[in-house]
Design a binder for this molecule. Sequence first.
Ligand SMILES: [Zn+2]
Ligand SMILES: [Zn+2]
Length: 139
Amino acid sequence: MSDPMMLLRQAQLKVTQPRLEILRRFMAEDHPHQSAEHIYQSFLKSNHPIALATVYRVLEQLTQAGLLKRHYFDGKVALFELNQHSQHVHLICSQCGEVIEFEDDIISTRLAQIAASYQLNIVDQAVYIYGECNRSQEV
Ligand SMILES: [Zn+2]
Ligand SMILES: [Zn+2]
């Protein structure tokens, strides 16, 4: 995984503490999709909390710079993830909000073929599949 300082420089963003810390959150967490609120809460427990408004602003800047990607899995709360891994499909439990992601060459190739057949030049793509996970069905 790249160094967050390098990523900021490559994106021509000034290296500031909040930008660094927030990027690190996305690199360190095993859960790759995080909301502004979640990030804010995780900083509250640390030694250097960051104001919620700053978290929102930095997430916006990092998204504009192409370092993060924004999703609205539930149609309401934006979740962000690092924008550097290849295309993947998101499976979303509409009950508990769990997000699982996977990559599949056949799906990626097929989507590219379909887009090409409509003469669409893909600049961005997202595949979301909604359902209910086993755990949510039990309760
Ligand atoms: Zn669930
Ligand atoms: Zn993802």
